[in-house]
Design a protein around this ligand. Structure first.
Ligand SMILES: Cc1cc2nc3c(=O)[nH]c(=O)nc-3n(C[C@H](O)[C@H](O)[C@H](O)COP(=O)(O)O)c2cc1C
Length: 488
C-alpha cells in the first residue's frame, strides 16, 4: 500500500486538490478542470461505428438488483431501477443487468431469466426504460439497449441464496477451496457445455424478437464465459489453447448470426485479473475486516488459472492474451466492447474500487484511485491498439464529485469512446447529464462507495443504495440490513 493516506474524496471541494492527490499517488488519470456543455461537451457527441449509432458517450453499466421474482421475471424494484437507467440521459444501456440463460445458470434465486415465460416481463422492462427516457428528456432517439446474457458458472446459486451450486470448468487451486468444493467435485462435461450453448442461442433469439439492439455475451467477473478464458488446464475442445478457450464465444456468435441476424453482439470482458485476495487475518478482529492481501500463490507459479494475469507474478496484469482476444473480436466483427476487470467475489478492489468494503470483502489494500487508474489505463492501452472498436470504460463511480471531469477528459483525449457508470447510477443517474448541461452537481446524491449495494444481496436482500436513496432507505429492507450488519 502506498505510504500516502487514502484521501476521502467526499471532503475534497476543489478539482486542483484532486489532481494533486492523483499525482502524489504516482498514477495517471485524465481530468478536465472546466466542464463543457451542450454540443461542446465530448460526452454529448454521437458515435457511429461498425453499423452502430449511439446518441452520446454516456453509458449505463449492467447493474443487477437481486430482486427478480422466483421464476425470473422483473419485480417492481427491477422496474424502478430500469427507470433510473432511462432518466440517466445515457444513450447506451449496456445490458441493463445480468440475465441468466437458464434457471440453473442463475447467480441467485432472484436473478432475471430469459425464457418463454419471461418474454412479457423483459419486454416491459425495455419499454419502461424507453418511456422514462422520453418522459424525462423528451426523446428516445439514439438510444441503444442491450441485454447481458449470462451463465453464472462457479457462482451459481439458483435455488437458495445460501446454497452454492457451482458449475465449474476446471479445478482451481484457490477458488475451489474458497467455495469449499471437495476434490471429486465434477467438472462440466463437453456435452453439458453444448446444452448451455443452446440456451444462449435461444436467449439471443428471444432478445432479438423483444427488440433489444444487442446482446452482451458476458465474459467477466468470474462467471462462466470468463472462466472459459482461464481454462488452461482443462482437457478437450474447450480448454488448453486460446483457440479452444474461446470456442464458447465463437460458437455463440456463429449461431446468433444465423438465427438472429439483426441482433448486434457485444462482449463485456474482465480484461485483466489477479490472484484472489482475502482480509489479512493478522489485522482482522471482532468482525472487523483487515486490509486485503493476496492468497498464498508461491507454489502456484507459473500461475495457470487466470486470464490477463502475469503468470510469474499473479498480482499483476498481463495483456498479451487480452490483445489476442481483441483481435478475435475484430475477426468476429464484434465492435462493442466493455472493459472491466477481476471479480466481485475474489478481488473486489480490482473490480469496483471502494472506500468501504462489502461484508465479504476487505479493507482497501491501496487507495481506491489506484484501482480506478488501473482499469482506465488498461482501457487506454487497448483503445490505442484497437481504434476501430467501440470501447466502453468502467470503474468511474469512485471518482465521486470528479467523475464528470474525468469522464469528459477520458472521452476528449480518446482513452475510451464512452464512459460507463455502475454504482453512481443507483444514487445519481443524471450526474453526467447534469454536468454536460451546465447544471450544478447535487453533491448529496453522489455515490460514496459505502458498498451496501453489495452487502445487502450478500445478506439475502435486494441491492440498492440504502444510505442515499430514499426508495431503499425508507423500505422494509433497510431495517433488515441494519440488523444483519449488527449481527455480523
Ligand atoms: C450492485 C451491483 C450490481 C452489479 N451487477 C452487474 C451485472 O449484472 N453485470 C455486470 O457485468 N456487472 C455488474 N456490476 C458491476 C458494475 O457494472 C461495474 O462494473 C462496477 O460497479 C464498477 O463500476 P462503478 O465504479 O461505476 O460502480 C454490478 C455492480 C454492483 C455494485
Amino acid at each position: 500500500m502506498s505510504a500516502l493516506p487514502i484521501l476521502r474524496l467526499g471532503t475534497v471541494k476543489d478539482v486542483g486538490r484532486f489532481e494533486e492527490h492523483v499525482r502524489a499517488l504516482g498514477v495517471t488519470i485524465p481530468c478536465d478542470r472546466e466542464l463543457l456543455t451542450g454540443t461542446n461537451s465530448p460526452l454529448r457527441a454521437p458515435l457511429e461505428r461498425g453499423g452502430i449509432k449511439i446518441g452520446n458517450r454516456i453509458v449505463v453499466q449492467p447493474m443487477e438488483g437481486w430482486d427478480g421474482t422466483a421464476d425470473g421475471n422483473p419485480s417492481e424494484q427491477t422496474f424502478e431501477r430500469w427507470r433510473k437507467f432511462g432518466r440517466s440521459g445515457a444513450k447506451l444501456i449496456w445490458g441493463g443487468e445480468a440475465v441468466a440463460i437458464s434457471h440453473e445458470g442463475r447467480a441467485n434465486p432472484n436473478q432475471l431469466v430469459i425464457a418463454e415465460h419471461t418474454r412479457k416481463g423483459l419486454a416491459e422492462l425495455r419499454e419502461t426504460l424507453i418511456e422514462e427516457r422520453r418522459r424525462t428528456t423528451g426523446s428516445a432517439e439514439g438510444l441503444v439497449i442491450g441485454l447481458q446474457l449470462t451463465h453464472s458458472g462457479r457462482y451459481c446459486r439458483p435455488n437458495r441464496r445460501d446454497k452454492p451450486e457451482p458449475k465449474i470448468l476446471y479445478r482451481h487451486p484457490i477458488l475451489d477451496k474458497k467455495l469449499g468444493l471437495p476434490s471429486d467435485y465434477p467438472v462440466l462435461t463437453d456435452g453439458e457445455i453444448e446444452s448451455v450453448l443452446e440456451k444462449f442461442h435461444d436467449a439471443a433469439k428471444i432478445a432479438e424478437e423483444l427488440g433489444f439492439d444487442f446482446v452482451d455475451i458476458k465474459h467477466c467477473h468470474g462467471y462462466l464465459g470468463h472462466e472459459f478464458l482461464s481454462a488452461h488446464t482443462r482437457e478437450g475442445k474447450f480448454g488448453g489453447t486460446l483457440d479452444n478457450r474461446t470456442r464458447f464465444l465463437r460458437e455463440i456468435v456463429h449461431a446468433i448470426r444465423m438465427i438472429a441476424p439483426r441482433l448486434k453482439i457485444g462482449v463485456r470482458l474482465s480484461a485483466f485479473d489477479t490472484v484472489a485476495y482475502r482480509p489479512d487475518p493478522s489485522q482482522s478482529s471482532n468482525g472487523k475486516l483487515g486490509p486485503g492481501i493476496p492468497e498464498e500463490f508461491a507454489n502456484l507459479v507459473p500461475y495457470r488459472w487466470g486470464f490477463g494475469v502475469n503468470a510469474q507474478d499473479p498480482t499483476k496484469p498481463d495483456l498479451t492474451e487480452t490483445i489476442q482476444f481483441f483481435r478475435l473480436l475484430e475477426d468476429l466483427r464484434i465492435s462493442l466492447v466493455n472493459i472491466t476487470a477481476g471479480s466481485p467475489y475474489y478481488n473486489p478492489h480490482i473490480q469496483r474500487p471502494a472506500l468501504y468494503p462489502p461484508s465479504d470483502g476487505y479493507q482497501p489494500p491501496e487507495d481506491p484511485l489506484v484501482g480506478v487508474a488501473r482499469q482506465m489505463n488498461v482501457a487506454r492501452e487497448l483503445k490505442k491498439c484497437f481504434p476501430n472498436l467501440i470501447l466502453i470504460g468502467t470503474a468511474y463511480s469512485y471518482l465521486q464529485d470528479f467523475l464528470p471531469n474525468v469522464a469528459q477528459a477520458a472521452v476528449r483525449e480518446g482513452w475510451v469512446d464512452a464512459v460507463g457508470m455502475g454504482r453512481m447510477i443507483l444514487t445519481y443517474p443524471e450526474i453526467l447529464n447534469d454536468a454536460s448541461s451546465g447544471r450544478a452537481i447535487e453533491h448529496k446524491r453522489v455515490c460514496r462507495t459505502f458498498s451496501d449495494c453489495t452487502t445487502a444481496p450478500r445478506k439475502g436482500l435486494p441491492s440498492g443504495c440504502y444510505p442515499l436513496d430514499s426508495y431503499y432507505k425508507d423500505s422494509e429492507f433497510a431495517e433488515k440490513l441494519k440488523a444483519a450488519k449488527a449481527r455480523a
